[in-house]
Ligand binder design. Structure first.
Ligand SMILES: [Zn+2]
Length: 305
């Protein structure tokens, strides 16, 4: 499905839900035909001139945003400069997943691999796991990209991943916020290189742009109350942070903290969700340690200072 936001700016919605392994893309039909993200699936891309896409901008390196790159043979590919490693360095790619903590968090060894356990749909081209991707260029915070009559600004919004970018169309007040996605479960920061403090700062940075229309990677288009939506979204994680701090009324292990009701399991208590919830708790604790409010006692035990 295509949603026209303006003469040139269109949202490409996946055929089914915009949930993993799919994401929304933005198609800018201007002098330089541009696509933001490549995870909507081949069925959705059947509606746009794939061979004519000149430029592909990636919000970040995660699989559900990159698997469709091969549909666009003419496109130059660009990503944020802070996440180049994920496209070229297999070791850094796997380390950034955090799965090296699996045994410590889950009590049994896990082969370090990224394969999802559900089979992928036919219109998802690539397989999960590391795949070298040749970037033709990188962008950095504040870069303006002019595509003809349409211009957009790259907004570095780390936290979900270190080189996560949003894209803002200043003339239209349209914001594409990527995986800062207004999920009712709050933001996701379950990778080794995720950072909870960065997530808070990134959401504030988006609010300061005063966007009027918000497109995210995994939800419908929001045409009103964008600031309120962003504030409610970050508040879910801030409330969780308060709960974790209240529970640290005496030294606690990460497993004890994870046994509290912190709202991580709305999509089921799978092994992966349990693992990622522990990584996210770790991200809360790492921020409080940096602020000098929590002490790491070793062995994944923590105390309030
Ligand atoms: Zn992501």
């Amino acid at each position: 499905m295509i949603i026209d936001l303006d003469k040139n700016i269109k949202v490409i919605r996946p055929e089914g839900k915009a949930m993993y392994p799919y994401c929304n893309s933005i198609f800018i039909d201007d002098d330089i035909k541009t696509l933001i993200d490549a995870g909507s699936g081949g069925n959705a891309y059947a509606q746009i001139p794939k061979e004519e896409i000149n430029l592909l901008l990636l919000s970040h390196s995660h699989f559900d945003h990159t698997h469709g790159l091969d549909y666009f043979p003419q496109a130059e590919i660009m990503a944020g400069r802070e996440e180049q490693y994920a496209f070229v360095d297999e070791k850094a790619f796997y380390l950034s997943s955090g799965f090296q903590r699996w045994e410590a968090f889950m009590g049994s060894p896990k082969e370090v691999k990224m394969d999802s356990e559900t089979p992928l749909p036919d219109d998802v081209l690539a397989k999960t796991g590391f795949r070298p991707i040749k970037l033709n260029g990188v962008f950095k915070d504040g870069d303006e990209i002019v595509l003809g009559s349409t211009r957009l600004t790259a907004i570095h919004t780390p936290g979900h991943s270190p080189g996560h970018y949003a894209f803002f169309f200043p003339d239209k007040k349209i914001l594409f916020s990527g995986d800062l996605d207004i999920s009712p479960r709050g933001p996701w920061y379950g990778n080794e290189k995720s950072d909870f403090g960065d997530i808070i700062a990134s959401v504030e940075k988006l609010i300061a742009l005063q966007p009027e229309v918000l497109i995210t990677s995994h939800r419908k288009v929001f045409y009103e109350q964008v600031e309120q939506l962003l504030r409610q979204y970050i508040q879910i994680a801030l409330d969780r942070d308060e709960k974790i701090m209240a529970y640290l009324n005496r030294p606690r292990s990460i497993n004890e903290i994870a046994d509290q009701e912190l709202g991580f399991y709305a999509l089921g208590k799978t092994d992966f969700n349990v693992f990622w919830s522990k990584v996210m708790i770790l991200k809360h604790l790492e921020r409080r340690i940096k602020l000098g409010e929590v002490e790491d006692l070793g062995n994944y035990c923590y105390a309030r200072i």
